[in-house]
Design a protein around this ligand. Structure first.
Ligand code: SAM
Length: 371
């Protein structure tokens, strides 16, 4: 049985226990690392009802004005979807589930011209082969029924155009139409799975930049091979290796050494230094700055700002916002705003912010240098 966190009651909804006729349903995903804050995050959205689905998901009933992106705590929501159609049922026990579900999706969404249809699992970990194949088979049958669409693969999606996303699990089927940007991810649930355990993996941080580059496809075309990155806090080199493997040039800065397996890359320059002492050669122009420095986010953004003088117009910044000593939602939101304001004053405008699947207790911010 799904766990009801809040049900429509006089105390939850104010004066009336009756759901408003304009109530809307939302599926939100709160990363496991923020589980201790989940109840507070949910309460900040003022739901009329909240039901936990799977480990990370919560189904919310909001009043007609509700919009999950408007809350201050929205930055803790990894991914969201307005639920325009739900079928609460146990698919395993429902005869003809795939055909019935596919026909209903066609009836409800067929005339709304989604750019693509993508389906995922409500319980992605541990992977459940039954629901994995159910999601894949339902997608296959639905694609047969819908008119042809532009986005065959997740990467084909236009970040600003509506996609039909569906999540499926033992609680049923939850579907909605929203753009990947508004959902905050190209995949249903937001996760692109990236192996972190390969023999060549230098550090788990590599998955963060791989995921960040994929996430960015919603906002801008990928940087060309040969683009020059300056990377602050590069040791041992997990992120550096991902950048080099994509054909980028990297100037990596850290006071700690890089993994020796990177030494054969021609595109790599390593400055073993405190970042405060690092001075690019006069005339150097970078295409992008990557910062994964540990320590205070306010200090790290100062380093980024100083080096952004060498960033070309419209150049990209990927910044891990670390939060040592920051515990509460309010402190986190305040830190985020302070960092963004400092960056804006220096000509770096915020493009997006997210909690990537491979982020720990930290966020990833994306800036662009104003032209
Ligand atoms: C989270 S680790 C980076 C992991 C790395 N990005 C990877 O992909 O493997 C943070 C790094 O920041 C470096 N760091 C923190 N402050 C620094 C500073 N002021 N100057 C140089 N390096 C610094 C640390 O030495 C540490 O290696």
């Amino acid at each position: 049985m799904p766990e009801k966190l809040i049900s429509a009651s006089p105390s939850a909804v104010g004066q009336t226990a009756l759901p408003s006729p304009a109530a809307s349903s939302w599926l939100i995903r709160i990363p496991e690392v923020f589980a201790p804050l989940a109840e507070e995050i949910i309460a900040s959205l003022r739901p009329m009802a909240a039901t936990r689905l799977g480990n990370d998901y919560v189904l919310l009933k909001l009043d007609g004005e509700g919009d999950v992106s408007q809350s201050e705590a929205a930055m803790f929501i990894q991914w969201n979807l307005p639920v325009h159609h739900s079928w609460p049922c146990n698919p395993q026990k429902m005869e003809g589930f795939i055909e019935k579900a596919a026909q209903t999706l066609l009836r409800k969404f067929g005339s709304l011209s989604p750019q693509g249809i993508f389906m995922g699992q409500l319980h992605p970990t541990p992977p459940n082969p039954y629901y994995k194949s159910l999601a894949s088979n339902l997608r296959g049958r639905t694609l047969q029924l819908f008119p042809s669409m532009n986005a065959k693969e997740t990467e084909d999606q236009d970040g600003a155009m509506d996609t039909l996303f569906c999540l499926i699990g033992k609680e049923g089927l939850f579907s909605g139409l929203q753009s990947p940007r508004a959902c905050n991810g190209l995949y249903p649930g937001g996760t692109k799975y990236i192996s972190q355990d390969g023999a060549e993996t230098i550090s788990r941080a590599g998955a963060k930049v791989a995921e960040a580059l994929h996430y960015l496809l919603m906002y801008r075309p990928p940087l060309a091979a040969g683009s020059h990155w300056v990377e602050l806090g590069a040791s041992p080199g997990g992120m550096t290796s991902e950048l080099l493997a994509r054909g980028f040039r990297v100037t990596a800065v850290d006071r700690a050494p890089l993994d020796e397996r990177l030494s054969h890359y021609e595109g790599l320059t390593f400055a073993k230094a405190d970042v405060a002492e690092f001075r690019p050669k006069p005339g150097t122009v970078y295409d992008a700055v990557l910062s994964d420095l540990n320590g205070s986010g306010l200090e790290s953004i100062q380093h980024v700002i100083r080096l952004s003088k060498h960033l070309k117009p419209s150049g990209l910044v990927i910044f891990t916002l670390k939060m040592p000593g920051v515990e509460t939602i309010q402190e986190t939101v305040a830190l985020f705003h302070e960092v963004v304001a400092k960056a804006a004053r220096a000509g770096l405008s915020l493009l997006a912010r997210t909690h990537l699947t491979y982020n720990r207790r930290e966020f990833t911010l994306f800036f662009e240098k104003q032209a």
